[in-house]
Design a protein around this ligand. Sequence first.
Ligand code: E4P
Length: 219
Amino acid sequence: MKLWLDTANIDEIRAAARFGVVSGVTTNPSLWAKAASGADYRDVVLEICSIIDGPVSAECLAQDVDGLVEEARNISKWHPNVVVKIPLDENGLEAIHRVSREGIKVNTTLIFQPNQALLAAQAGATYVSPFVGRLDDIGQEGMAVVREIVEIFDRYHLPTQVLAASLRHPLHVVQAAKASAHIATMPYTVFQAMFKHPLTDAGIQKFLEDARKAAKVKA
Ligand code: E4P
């Protein structure tokens, strides 16, 4: 399972990039607003593309089909790694179908049930993003939707990749991997939590202390 960052914060992306394990980034208007850099969306996305050599999602905001198609065409020209995000409603589905035929890569966003994912895949989307945390927030098991989508795509050999999104804690990452999601996109805080464990820190300290003791005995 690939690990992507779900942020528009350039400092976070730089900090995570140094480990060489982050292979893509997802953004949306809320993340852009949260980053509060004052830079326009295109510039933020282009800066991300200069840091991470992999897919970078940028969201379309038009409300009608022609507007979505035009916006997707425009955004896809920003950089070869840019993937356009289109939400799965009626207009979104038609737009996904139209732009996918032109070779534009689409990350279908705001997926909350398997039928939406099945439609997006049939329309030619490259990725579907089930929003796990937002389903958990309303008392549904978000990860169950990831599992169902993976099962359906596997059964019918659909090439669309399942991108587990709206992940809120490190256990979500483990569950997404066990559900065979192709990708997990996560906030920087969740990424950091992936490599932290108090027993690791305590173990390092203990080894240092014991090495000092052993060195003294030897001397
Ligand atoms: C990613 O593509 C989504 O935009 C993001 O994961 C949504 O996360 P949220 O539900 O925490 O806002």
